[in-house]
Design a binder for this molecule. Structure first.
Ligand code: AP5
Length: 216
């Protein structure tokens, strides 16, 4: 049972690969982005606080996401955890290390998904997701089999994200390079970093991640 971080800029394919690992290995996906989007959809106080921040593409405060992850870890860790979009700052990384060690859990790999900015723009501008089950699609690289209907659950509720626009994407990339990319060095120095080519086909990326997980 492994606990891993998928690290990479917006559109690198973290969510896509996390969902594969859930299906193939019964791991548990902990996506702070999905948790926050759910809070917005449910209209909770948290959702109201973060809606504008997320639509602009800025990071929400560390305390909010650290609290969300802490609650999820307390719910159970069977199958191994995939941290998707968390940590995103050095403070979050330190907090995650402390949470795991308090629980006697290890962090087995940090998988950096490398993708260049031009590819990210193309990926994000073509992305849509199922509002019912969260399946992720792309107009060109991963369309639904039948137009307008989710392959996984049959829902017609296919949506585009509020922050998948040119202005918000520019901010999201800046936030990544300023605040999240220092984590590459942080985990490299700890001997935990593995890098995969996120530009490769989805199956090839999946195989590269599986190789890291199975290296023992
Ligand atoms: P979040 O939801 O985490 O968004 P993100 O990091 O910007 O990542 P994305 O979901 O955009 O991309 P992804 O890497 O998952 O790519 P995907 O698999 O969808 O966060 C949203 C917001 O929440 C943040 O901006 C922030 O405000 C807040 N937030 C969240 N966590 C936070 C934290 N820890 N601290 C502070 N704030 C936080 O793929 C993208 C597209 O490409 C899809 O269409 C997919 O089909 C396609 N694709 C994927 N892989 C491939 C491939 N290999 N080849 C071709 N196409 C591919």
């Amino acid at each position: 049972m492994a606990n891993i971080i998928l690290l990479g800029p917006p559109g690198a394919g973290k969510g896509t690969q996390a969902k594969r690992l859930v299906d193939e290995r019964r791991m548990v996906q902990l996506s702070t982005g999905d948790m926050l989007k759910e809070a917005i959809a449910r209209g909770t106080d948290l959702g109201k606080r973060v809606e504008g921040i997320m639509a602009r593409g800025e990071l929400v405060t560390d305390d909010i996401v650290i609290g969300l992850i802490e609650d999820k870890i307390a719910e159970g860790t069977d199958g191994g955890l995939i941290f998707d979009g968390f940590p995103r700052t050095l403070k979050q990384a330190d907090a995650l290390g402390e949470m795991l060690s308090r629980k006697g859990l290890s962090l087995d790999a940090v998988i950096e998904m490398q993708v260049d900015d031009a590819a990210l723009v193309a990926r994000i501008s073509g992305r849509f997701t199922c509002g019912n089950c969260g399946a992720v699609y792309h107009d060109r690289t991963r369309p639904t089999k039948v137009a307008g209907i989710c392959d996984v659950c049959g829902s017609h509720d296919l949506r585009r994200r509020a922050d998948d626009n040119a202005d918000a994407l520019k901010t999201r990339l800046m936030e990544y390079y300023k605040k999240t990319s220092p984590l590459v060095g942080y985990y490299y120095a700890r001997g935990q970093l593995a890098t995969v080519d996120g530009l490769a086909e989805m199956d090839t990326v999946g195989a590269a991640i599986a190789k890291v997980l199975d290296r023992g």
